[in-house]
Design a protein around this ligand. Structure first.
Ligand code: SF4
Length: 322
């Protein structure tokens, strides 16, 4: 299948009073059209920054972004406007991302108006209603305001707005984290249905591994700006190889009681290293139970340890008896 999006050695640094924060530090991956790449990691690992850099909400520091094989790393204003039509974002907090002074129909219509897609008022209204139908929002809510709706409905507005320009790629930044558990499944199912109907490609950012399992084809695990593991969804859940992924997954409850299956308990201890002027070596070393001298001085490269399964650890074979 064709790659829709590719990141090559992507970097995003921020200048801070204490030094340079390496939020995204040499990240490479690709996503096939129609697939979902789940990006997981703890808060502050750079996953949201990565999503924003990919769709040019933030300028990158270095590296390349390819979309449908074309280099879109450096764009002028007009080119950016064109590319943006195909790359949208669904935000974590629908309340904060929606303009409280706009009605539901105005929020959904706005991207269509900015791009002058549907000049006639009657057609615009039809299109807004069609988008509301698509995401399961009752038409009677067209004149309501975000504060009058519950979290699930607000997130449906966010999804409708993201779909308005018929994009190919959507960055979903913790789209269900702010919702009640009962509503989360509804929104995830909606997103999966839309993906099938519209052949959408998602970058799905979350700290919640139960959510990522539900929706992803591949999973990329980030730690302090670096990719530490990348593999298919089944592969990561069955044969996680990196010590950090093991610790993350140890916190996920087993879906059903499985007699004889023991949970791999390996809770994270030790201090989180600073992403500001990071030290040489493995960034996970201060919390890794397997760390050795070499880990403090030599950064582990991302290596294909098994077909399609990439890990950044000097001791993958030893730790996993491969
Ligand atoms: Fe742990 Fe060393 Fe592997 Fe890093 S390189 S994950 S510190 S064993």
């Amino acid at each position: 299948m064709a790659k829709l999006l590719e990141a090559i050695n992507l970097k995003k640094y921020f200048k801070t009073p204490k030094g340079t924060l390496h939020a995204v530090d040499g990240v490479s991956f690709s996503i096939e059209a129609g697939k979902t790449l789940g990006v997981v990691g703890e808060s502050g690992c750079g996953k949201s920054t990565l999503g924003r850099v990919l769709i040019h909400l933030l300028d990158r520091t270095d590296g390349k972004i390819l979309f449908e094989g074309q280099d879109i790393s450096d764009l002028n204003k007009q080119q950016l406007k064109e590319v943006r039509q195909n790359m949208q974002m669904i935000f974590q907090d629908p309340f904060a991302s929606l303009n409280p002074r706009q009605s539901v129909s105005e929020i959904i219509a706005e991207p269509l108006q900015i791009y002058n897609r549907i000049p006639s008022k009657a057609d615009l209204e039809k299109q807004v209603f069609s988008l509301m139908d698509t995401v399961g929002l009752a038409r009677r809510l067209a004149n309501s305001y975000p504060h009058e709706l519950d979290g699930g409905r607000r997130q449906r507005i966010g999804v409708a707005r993201a779909l308005a320009l018929n994009p190919k790629f959507i960055v979903c930044d913790e789209p269900v984290s702010a919702l009640d558990v009962s509503i989360q499944a509804q929104i995830l199912n909606l997103m999966q249905d839309l993906q099938e109907e519209r052949d959408l490609t998602y970058l799905f950012i979350t700290h919640n591994l139960s959510v990522v399992k539900h929706i992803s084809d591949d999973i990329l695990v980030m730690y302090l700006g670096k990719v530490v593991e990348f593999a298919s969804d089944e592969e990561i859940f069955e044969h996680r190889l990196h010590p950090y992924t093991k610790a993350l997954l140890a916190a996920v409850p087993l879906p059903v009681y499985q007699p004889g299956r023991k949970r791999e308990r390996q809770l994270l201890q030790g201090e989180l290293s600073s992403p500001i002027n990071p030290k040489p070596g493995c960034r996970f070393a201060s919390r890794c139970p397997y760390a050795k001298e070499r880990c403090l001085t030599e950064e582990p490269p991302l290596v294909e340890e098994m077909p399609g399964h990439f890990v950044a650890c000097h001791y993958t074979k030893e730790i996993n008896n491969l």
